[in-house]
Design a protein around this ligand. Structure first.
Ligand code: FMN
Length: 214
């Protein structure tokens, strides 16, 4: 069979509709509703989101991280503070979070400002992680060059024997960021590329809601 031409690949969306009158008054309730539906759906890794950051020279970069919690204060993920994303956010806290849930024909795009969560919050979450992940956090100098795979495995073994059966504390260079949103877009695919886009924009203390052209 011939390989399909990329330019010929297209899917029409028709599952749902979205309007200013059908969404919740605040974006966190709307996000909670969509996240619940994503969790109930067949979407793989519904909490996986693309985090985009910008470095000191204005160069953007993106990668997937997992959403570990959200509330009216923002969206939380955990990482190595000395990683590329960690140093980007320290230099420039502006960040974008992006979810794509293909089974639901939906995307959510969050623009906001990131800050480190409290040490207590990072330690509490770190303690809930499997032992292997806690060892991995100590062993991996995230985003730095490794000579080979063996170097990483050697570091994992060293860290494992250093801590033995004892408690593995949260590394000082590891923890959470909370992205406090200033804008959240909810996108629902519609037929013929005439998609529904509803945006919440923070204005003072309240959220303005408007529709964008697809
Ligand atoms: C599904 C998935 C989930 C991931 N979750 C995380 C995460 O929660 N935290 C993290 O630091 N990296 C996570 N990663 C790895 C990152 O995508 C990335 O490779 C790593 O954080 C280094 O990024 P950086 O060098 O741009 O800082 C995940 C990757 C995938 C594919």
């Amino acid at each position: 069979m011939d390989k399909p031409k990329l330019a010929d690949l297209r899917r029409d969306y028709s599952l749902e509709e979205l309007s200013k009158s059908s969404v919740e008054a605040d974006p966190f309730s709307q996000f909670a509703k969509w996240m619940d539906e994503a969790l109930e759906s067949a979407v793989i890794e519904p909490t996986a989101m693309t985090l985009s950051t910008v470095d000191n020279d204005g160069r953007p970069s993106s990668r997937v991280v997992l959403l570990k919690g959200f509330d009216g204060d923002g969206f939380v993920f955990f990482t190595n503070y000395e990683s590329r994303k960690g140093s980007d956010l320290t230099a420039n806290p502006h960040a974008s979070l992006h979810f794509f849930w293909p089974d639901l024909e939906r995307q959510v795009i969050i623009a906001g400002v990131a800050e480190k969560v409290s040490r207590e919050e990072s330690e509490q979450y770190f303690a809930s992680r499997p032992r292997e992940s806690r060892i991995g956090a100590w062993a991996s100098k995230q985003s730095t060059v490794l000579e080979n795979r063996e170097e990483l495995e050697r570091r994992v073994e060293e860290v494992g024997s250093r801590f033995g059966d004892g408690e593995i504390p949260c590394p000082p260079f590891w923890g959470g960021f909370r992205v406090t949103p200033i804008r959240i877009e909810f996108w629902q695919g519609r037929q013929s590329r005439l998609h529904d886009r509803i945006v919440y924009q923070l204005s003072g203390n309240s959220w303005q809601i408007y529709r964008l052209s697809p």
